[in-house]
Design a protein around this ligand. Structure first.
Ligand SMILES: NC(=O)c1ccc[n+]([C@@H]2O[C@H](COP(=O)([O-])OP(=O)(O)OC[C@H]3O[C@@H](n4cnc5c(N)ncnc54)[C@H](OP(=O)(O)O)[C@@H]3O)[C@@H](O)[C@H]2O)c1
Length: 244
């Protein structure tokens, strides 16, 4: 398999960093992004700072960040084959306390970030008549939790799930694919040291590891007949519950 160029947003930490590592280890070229330049630089070094790795710091909610990511992919590696929209934020706040500024933070990073970065890459994928966009969504879109008041992030992630199907329909004839991973609770800095407390949400009675998401992202990137799919990597969280 010849090396592909893979753009990973939110790759200074957690799932994004493991996705970048996974593709690098398989021999692909990777462009990493995150909003905080110092954190991105640290990840760049941790991932080896080699000739098959480039970085672009910037907020994905700003359309120019996506354009810079695609330009860097083209200038450095000559193509833009895979986009992983992973950059994201999650917090809980009771619905009646959500004001416009708070809601805009989630819509801006999660939904608009995915929307605009995808807009930036499609013209190049169209030229190539080949490409795949993989978003990191959540099982919580279809499996709500009382006691976890998260309307703002879930509304933004629900938009991403819907966007996946519509884009798959609009660009299928251009051979551009769109898929979303519906992740269960995954061990990352997003959960601080308390991630394992969510084990019982999953039929497997444990939380997931970032590498398990990366493994599926890689499989979807390389399997050319998967599009318009919401693919759970959630330890059975979306499938059912334990009663004890
Ligand atoms: N962990 C889970 O249980 C879980 C479950 C379902 C879905 N997800 C989704 O998986 C994705 C990754 O989450 P994670 O758990 O790995 O979180 P994480 O460790 O907190 O990493 C989040 C990454 O997103 C970046 N980021 C945040 N806002 C950004 C922005 N505006 N522009 C560019 N980059 C930005 C952060 O970069 P800097 O801080 O360096 O700027 C960081 O690299 C998110 O979309 C999250 O919603 C996670």
């Amino acid at each position: 398999m010849s090396p592909q160029t893979v753009i990973v947003t939110g790759a200074s930490s957690g799932i994004g960093k493991e996705i970048a590592r996974y593709f690098l280890e398989k021999g692909d070229n990777v462009v990493i992004n995150s909003a905080t330049a110092a954190r991105l630089e640290e990840a760049f070094r941790e991932l080896g700072a080699g000739p098959n790795l480039a970085r672009v710091a910037g907020n994905v909610g700003d359309k120019k960040t996506g354009e810079r990511l695609v330009q860097t992919a083209l200038d450095t590696f000559g193509s833009a084959d895979v986009l992983i929209n992973n950059a994201g934020i999650y917090e809980t706040r009771p619905f009646l306390e959500v004001d416009e500024a708070y809601l805009d933070r989630f819509l801006g990073t999660n939904l608009k970030g995915t929307f605009f970065t995808t807009q930036a890459v499609i013209p190049q994928m169209r030229k190539q008549r080949d490409g795949v966009v993989i978003n990191i969504g959540t099982t919580l879109v279809d499996h709500a939790l009382g006691g976890g008041p998260s309307t703002a992030p879930i509304a933004s992630k629900g938009g991403i799930h819907a966007l996946t199907l519509q884009l798959a329909a609009e660009f299928g004839k251009d051979n551009i694919r769109f898929n979303t991973i519906a992740a269960g609770q995954i061990r990352t800095p997003m959960h601080g040291g308390e991630a394992d407390q969510g084990a019982g949400l999953h039929l497997l009675n444990r939380i997931g590891e970032a590498e398990e998401v990366a493994h599926m992202v890689y499989a979807i990137a390389k399997n050319k007949f998967v599009t318009g799919a919401i693919i759970p990597v959630d330890g059975g969280m979306g499938a059912g519950h334990h009663l004890n």
